[in-house]
Structures are given as C-alpha cells and as structure tokens.
Design a protein around this ligand. Structure first.
Ligand SMILES: *Cc1c(COP(=O)(O)O)cnc(C)c1O
Length: 455
C-alpha cells in the first residue's frame, strides 16, 4: 500500500470524481491531496509510508485515538445482530435506549432526554426546530428568533450555515434562513482593543441584552453558542462572559442552547464545555467526540423544561432522520463512553495532560517572534500568528501565514490546522506526555520554518 504508483492512482481517481468539502477542488486536483492510508493511536500514515502526528484528532473527533478494537468490535457485533432499524414508528432498540441513558449519565443538570441525529449539523437543525416548536407549544409562536454570534460555527446544512457566523459560508448558497440575529464574538485578543479582558467580556455579553431589547424579548426563542468557539479559531471567552450571558437569558426568558459538538466528551477537561465554563444550558448539541468519529452520530440533550413540554403536548414532533439512533453508530458511541469512563480519560485531560499541553505550548512557543497569543483549555488550543508581537499587527492579505505554517507542518509530519492566521490544535485525548512533547517540538520547528519563509 505504500508505493508511489498507488498514491498517483488514488489521486487520479479523486481528481476525476471526488468533489471535496470546504475545498477549492480545482486547485487541489492540480496539487493532489495527501492520501491517508491507516492510523494507530495519535498517528496517521499516508500512502507513501510517512508517519504523521494528528494534532487535530481527525476533525476534532477521534478523541479515544485510532485503532480502538473495542469500538470496531461494537460496530461489528451490532451490524450482525441488527444493522439497521428506525426509531420513528413506535419502535426502539437496545443500543439507542442504552445510549440515551449513558449520555444522560454524563450531561450536566437536568439534560436527561436525548434526541438522536446523524451529524452535528443535523443536531443544530434539530435545536432550531425544537426551540421554536417549544415556544409554539407554550402558546408563543412569535417567540422564534434565534441569536448566535459572529464567527460561530454550527455546521453546514442550511440551518447550520444560517445560524453560524461564517462570512465565507453566508456568501454561498443563500438565501439564508430568516429569524436569525447575531452578536459579536468574545475574541478579546483580536477584538478587545484597549479594554481589559473583564471589561470586554462584559461588553460582549451585554451585546446579547442589547440585541434582545432591539428585537423584543417576546420574539427571542434562544441564544445559541459554542462554550469555546472551535472552527472560528479556538476562542476562549473572558472568564466573566458566560455568567453574564446566563443572567441575561434568565432575565428575558430566552432559552440557552450550547453547541457542544467540539467541547463535548472531554475536550476541555470535563465531560462538557458547559461543566468547565459553569454554564447550565436548557438544551445542547453533541456529535464529534460522541463516537470518537468511528461512525457518524449526533445527539441533542434536552432539559426538563423543554422535554416536559414535548412529552405533555399531545402531538407528534414532526422531525427526525432515517439514521436517528442508528443501531451500529449507537453501539459504537455506547462503547466509546464506557471506554472513556473505564480509562478515566476526562480526568486525565482535566488534571494531567490538558494542563501539561497548555503549559508546554506557552513555555515553548510563547516567546516565539511569530506568536502573538496562545489560548486554550484542556486539549484544545489556538495560537495567533502575528508579524509584530507588540502591536499585534498581522501579515496582511498577500501573505497567508496560516497556510504557510500548515504546509510546513504537513511536510514535517504534524497535522495542525490553520484558521486564518490562527493555528489550531485538538489532539486525541489519549495523547501521552511524550507525544505532547513531540507535538510541541514539531510545532516549534514548523514555526521556525514559517518565520524563515516570510523573512
Ligand atoms: C463540526 C461542528 C458542527 C457540525 O457538525 P457536522 O457533523 O460536520 O455536521 C456543528 N457545530 C460545531 C461547534 C462544530 O464544531
């Protein structure tokens, strides 16, 4: 599998027939994609036999690492016993029922009812329809506006795109959904100006209150946000931000929805980002880490207020997906959560390897001339690359510093993602101390190469 002819053959098929997501396919076809062949632990191997440290856990999802036999076995056994059955028509099956209970055992507060879907985007679409239908049941159909944030990522269905705050996405495939409003993101390093972190945190949270008053509290269904923004560049809000957001949601009876698709399942050092940041949501979405990416599955965890309304309302909720609670995906997710508990992985991230990575990044890269700022929690981090550390001045439009750095990483056996000029890390939660050392040493090497490329 590791000879060059095979690589060329796959690249050729790919160029002829494969349209890639979030990609300039024409440009990629000329260059040829890296062909990923196999994986074990935190490492990938490409079709040329190169070993690559996966600093992104796939797409923030392979939390328990590659090659976990327990997860493959769970899928294999379930596929032989019952590969598929739906949960629409007054039927259920053990994997869906047991997984719902298992998720409820780790979710915060009273989020004890679970609606299944197939992807993070579908979970977000479910939240959009569910919170609006909730207010409809409560006799307030006009309370249907959702408020989200600039530079938020909530997936790429029409619902997810509309709710998210990504300009590059809004410019394509519109028109977007009506009934969505956005406020600023709490990105203190990039947008805080002269304000202290605390003052900026307060200001960004109070933007929610201003928006609610502008559109009318009676018209606002929910505020939706990631506890820590992921695809937007790993943005950790100021410490006072979430408490103020919660105060405002309570005051105006606006539901609080957390998009935990990245933060969920240990990423920030607790089961959910909501736990780490002290948030009590009414409803939340989860996906990526739920099955460690081994099979597609997502879920919406619903608190008593909303679930009681749906359960007591004598009518169908006309929403669902063919693969809601898919038995094989559910069996894998169930095995994944059990494995996480057995290996105490959340505690490992919260108390050991998370703080270790955060310190190592700051100690090794904090003084680097390209590094403006490092932020993160647990095993997720964002590093702002700048031209001038003192003034925070960036490189301007003609130098795509993030892409230059990412290319050096690829060439040197490290997967690190670039979001604009921010470098992103989200390694598997099972990463060892020695592997963190290797990751950070490789990052330093690549930052040095990047600096050379632009000087
Ligand atoms: C990835 C992501 C989504 C979308 O999930 P898909 O499975 O790609 O549809 C939604 N919200 C957040 C926060 C994400 O990171």
């Amino acid at each position: 599998m590791t000879d060059n002819t095979n690589t060329k053959a796959i690249q050729s098929l790919d160029a002829q027939h494969h349209l890639h997501p979030f990609t300039n396919t024409g440009a990629l076809n000329k260059k040829g994609p890296m062909v990923i062949d196999r994986a074990e632990g935190v490492y990938l191997w490409d079709s040329e036999g190169n070993k690559i440290l996966d600093g992104m856990a796939g797409l923030w999802c392979v939390n328990m690492g590659y090659g976990r036999k327990e997860l493959a076995d769970a899928a294999y056994q379930q596929m032989q016993q019952l590969p598929y059955y739906n949960t629409f028509f007054q039927t259920t099956h053990a994997p869906a029922a047991e997984l719902a209970k298992e998720i409820a055992s780790v979710t915060p507060g009273d989020l004890n009812h679970i609606f299944f879907a197939g992807s993070g985007s579908e979970a977000i679409d479910t939240i959009i329809r569910m919170v609006r239908q909730y207010w409809n049941i409560e006799g307030k159909p006009y309370k249907n506006i959702l408020i989200s944030r600039e530079n938020a990522y909530h997936g790429s269905t029409v619902g997810g795109t509309s709710l998210g705050g990504m300009g590059g996405m809004h410019g394509q495939g519109g028109p977007l959904l009506p009934g969505i409003e956005r406020i600023c993101q709490p990105y203190w390093y990039g947008e805080g100006g002269d304000l202290s972190e605390e003052a900026f945190g307060l200001k960004c949270a109070q933007a929610l209150e201003e928006k609610i008053l502008a559109v009318g509290p009676d018209n606002v269904a929910a505020f939706v946000a990631e506890p820590i923004q992921g695809a937007g560049g790993v943005i950790v809000p100021p410490a006072n931000y979430w408490a103020e957001i919660q105060r405002i949601c309570k005051k105006y009876d606006v539901l609080l929805a957390c998009d935990e698709v990245i933060c969920g399942f240990g990423r920030t050092g607790s089961w959910f980002g909501s736990d780490t940041l002290g948030i009590t949501p009414d409803i939340m979405s989860m996906a990526k880490g739920l099955s460690s990416g081994y099979l597609p599955i997502s879920a919406v965890a619903v608190g008593d207020r909303i679930s009681n309304a749906f359960i007591e309302h004598d009518d169908d909720f006309n929403h669902g997906f063919t693969y809601s609670g898919h038995p094989a995906s559910a069996a894998v997710a169930l095995a994944n959560i059990k494995l996480m508990k057995k290996e105490n992985i959340v505690e490992y991230v919260g108390k050991d390897i998370g703080p270790y990575l955060q310190k190592k990044l700051r100690d090794t890269l904090g003084d680097h001339p390209l590094v403006g700022h490092i932020e993160g929690m647990g095993l997720v981090a964002g590093i702002a690359l700048v031209k001038d550390k003192e003034t925070k001045e960036g490189f301007g439009d003609d130098i795509d510093i993030g892409m230059i750095c990412r290319d050096h990483c690829f060439e040197n056996g490290l997967i690190m993602r670039a979001v604009g000029s921010r470098m992103i890390l989200s390694p598997p939660l099972v990463i060892s101390h020695a592997e963190v050392d290797e990751l950070v040493e490789k990052a330093l090497l690549c930052f040095n190469l990047t600096l050379k490329s632009v000087s």
